[in-house]
Design a protein around this ligand. Structure first.
Ligand SMILES: Nc1ncnc2c1ncn2[C@@H]1O[C@H](COP(=O)(O)OP(=O)(O)O)[C@@H](O)[C@H]1O
Ligand SMILES: [Mg+2]
Length: 273
């Protein structure tokens, strides 16, 4: 079974999508087979990878509302752009299930659907799909939206581990505590929801760090160590020009600027995974 990872933080703009795309890319560069599932109605992961679904192309919406039909009709193999073609080493692959604006309606559509069998509840859809149709992948990365809705709850329940991108800001530890509490509550609710497993915290990832925030990074890392909260040690993701320019070019940072500091930091986090 693949390892299922999702970046989680109910705030927007903290680098969830950037982390999904760049970690997915780095894993594929290490020869892993990776599937990115775009779980955000804004379709950021799909757009950041320059994927234009063909007319009639199935998206995540079809996959989760008609789960027994599988994922083949929705999967797109990532090959970069004409300007920046991407090739992975033998064994490596990055596939994407494109996002859909209507994903927010998927839970209600699922509840009403007659094609949802044999999946008992919406929270079981992603685990069902992963178990039955994702056996060839080493990693499945699910990119969530910033909201706290049924779709995002289902994503967290499907994840073996979450990575929590956080900004280096004075109140960061408050947000971290909230995140950990909600993870605890969700794991505690699993039995009642008949959901197996647990969602672990792979680590807090301090991201989008400006050069003048180094003191904040150091004190946040110290606070995390003191509270025994998993994080990626001394590694943080710097805010770099290539970091945002690569988004405009629709490619992972390392394709746009291989030596960029943010690209290198994502490489180190990938090794830690
Ligand atoms: N390391 C970085 N350097 C520069 N820009 C970044 C970096 N990480 C993220 N960004 C930019 O910040 C914005 C928000 O990031 P994104 O990953 O979309 O956040 P989220 O998915 O949490 O809403 C995007 O425009 C992205 O290009
Ligand atoms: Mg996003």
């Amino acid at each position: 079974m693949p390892k299922v990872i999702s970046p989680a933080n109910s705030k927007g703009g903290v680098a969830k999508t950037t982390s999904s795309v760049n970690l997915g890319h780095e894993l594929a560069c290490c020869g892993k087979k990776v599937l990115i599932i775009d779980g955000d109605s804004q379709r950021s992961a799909t757009k950041n990878l320059g994927i234009e679904p063909r007319p009639g192309q199935a998206t995540i919406y079809a996959v989760i509302t008609e789960p027994s039909l599988g994922i083949k009709r929705a999967v797109v193999a990532y090959t970069g752009t004409p300007r920046y073609p991407v090739q992975y080493p033998p064994g490596g692959r990055l596939d994407v299930i494109p996002g859909a604006k209507q994903i927010t309606e998927a839970p209600t559509a699922f509840d009403k659907s007659r094609d949802r069998q044999p999946v008992p509840t919406f929270n079981h859809v992603l685990p069902y799909i992963i178990e039955h149709f994702c056996g060839e992948y080493d990693y499945v990365i699910i990119d969530p939206s910033p909201s706290q809705d049924r779709v995002n709850a289902a994503i967290i329940y499907a994840a073996d581990a979450i990575i929590a991108p956080v900004a280096a800001e004075p109140m960061a530890m408050d947000g971290v505590q909230e995140l950990l509490e909600s993870l605890l509550e969700m794991n505690a609710a699993r039995d009642g929801l008949r959901l197996a497993g647990q969602t672990k915290l792979a680590g807090l990832l301090i991201a989008k760090v400006y050069p003048d925030q180094m003191k904040l990074v150091a004190s946040l890392q110290q606070a995390l160590d003191g509270a025994h909260i998993a994080h990626f040690g001394p590694t943080y993701i710097p805010y770099t020009t290539a970091g945002w320019e690569s988004t405009g070019e629709r490619v992972p940072i390392a394709i746009y600027a291989p030596d960029d500091a943010a690209a290198q930091a994502y490489r180190i986090v990938t090794q830690a995974l």
